[in-house]
Design a protein around this ligand. Structure first.
Ligand code: PLP
Length: 389
């Protein structure tokens, strides 16, 4: 019988509960239960056809080998053209590092700075992988509390007040998972200004939902602040915008001082991203953007249905969801904890959601509903929950 002794760090690694909820929902569905999945954070659309075709063509044309570790030059150039189009900024393709999805950038950024004795700030409630990998690195996670009363936007003043000599990295995310919150430009201006007094602090801005803002809101990219470019890691990718979660394709803009280190992490970890996927990524950025506009318009219509529907449920209160494709209602009035509500809605109503506590301690009293599902299913899910309540 083997008696294995694993590294201590392994016990500090967290997970993303949305995947566990997905597994439970699939198990119930396999048993014949009718499950509506509002748990998982991925578009319910297919990848647009011209992107799929580009991937297939690349395979047929022989794109079967390794590519440069940081990504195909043509892909990195397409990323820079897209950043120019969307954010009006100039970026050198040498500062782009293409990775398999959004997640590797956050893992590498945290590995680059995290070690015992240092502090890394992250949004809470927030994407669970931030806290997980900070703990894994041995660094101390310092939560940035996101509150409903501020529309789940971070307060620059609160973030700046928490900076110490040990702070190495601050992670921000707007539009945000799980809250749908969008931080207004004024707060970002204040954060950037304040950071100038703390030159030892790097910033990672997770902008993976930057194409999904509603109600006339516009995205503010941290790339638009030249004064912090030398310490900014800007994370984005194809998963959400082009409905490409399973292709595994993402990128970040890295400052000159970090490009070599992150490229070395890529070489040690995955060598390069799947070559055909990279060709599909070029087609996504260079091709027509109608499918993106259409998908965002559909999310917006569903958003209005779900926010109104949640606000009409007894014990629920739902803030306006400004971006991404999540609604994050307060459910304290139901008398249930977040976890109890998640379990009862799944087991008794056949509706998969994710407890707010899966996104950090500040998520207690909230549930995440992904509206990446048809309006018909959203309406039916709301009906079932109402009946249960
Ligand atoms: N960042 C945020 C805020 C997310 O919500 C997600 C996915 O849910 C990611 C990054 C990771 O995306 P990917 O699937 O491309 O790794």
């Amino acid at each position: 019988m083997a008696q294995l002794i694993f590294a201590d760090s392994l016990s500090r690694l967290g997970t993303e509960s949305a995947f566990e909820v997905l597994a439970r929902a699939q198990k119930l569905a396999a048993q014949g239960k009718d499950i509506i999945n509002l748990g998982i954070g991925q578009p319910d659309f297919r990848t647009p056809e011209h992107i799929v075709e580009a991937g297939i063509k690349a395979l047929r044309d022989g794109a079967h080998g390794y590519t440069p570790a940081n990504g195909l030059p043509a892909l990195r150039e397409a990323v820079c053209a897209d950043l120019n189009r969307r954010h009006g900024v100039e970026v050198n393709p040498d500062n782009i590092v293409v990775v398999p999805g959004g997640k590797p950038t956050m893992f590498f950024a945290v590995l680059m700075f995290g070690q015992p004795g240092v502090e890394i700030m992250y949004p809470n409630p927030g994407f669970p992988i931030y806290e997980s990998v900070i703990k894994y690195s041995g660094a101390t996670p310092v939560p940035i509390a996101l509150e409903e009363k501020n529309g789940f936007a971070f307060s620059a003043e609160a973030v700046l007040a928490k900076i110490t000599d040990r702070t190495r990295l601050i992670i921000i995310n707007s539009p945000a998972n799980p809250t749908g919150g969008v931080t207004p430009k004024e707060e970002i201006d204040k954060l950037v200004k304040g950071l100038l007094d703390h030159p030892h602090v790097a910033l990672m801005s997770d902008e993976i939902y930057s194409n999904m803002l509603y109600g006339g809101r516009e995205h503010t990219s941290l790339l638009q602040y030249p004064e912090i470019r030398d310490r900014l890691i800007m994370l984005d990718g194809w998963s959400k915008t082009y409905a490409m979660t399973g292709w595994r394709l993402g990128y970040a803009v890295w400052p000159d001082s970090m490009v070599d280190a992150v490229t070395r992490l890529c070489i040690n970890d995955h060598s390069c991203v799947n070559a055909a996927t990279q060709h599909a990524g070029i087609a996504a950025l260079r091709g027509p953007q109608d499918a993106v506009r259409e998908m965002v318009a559909q999310f917006d219509a569903r958003r209005q249905v779900i926010v109104d529907g949640l606000n009409a449920l007894p014990g629920f209160r739902c803030a306006d969801a400004a971006g991404a494709f999540y609604a994050f209602p307060n459910i304290e009035g139901t008398g249930m904890t977040a976890r109890q509500a998640q379990d009862r809605f799944l087991n008794e109503a056949g509706v998969a959601t994710v407890a707010g506590t899966s996104f950090g301690a500040w998520g207690e009293g909230y549930l995440r509903f992904s509206y990446a599902n048809s309006t018909e299913n959203i309406v039916e899910a709301l009906r079932r929950i109402r009946e249960l309540l």
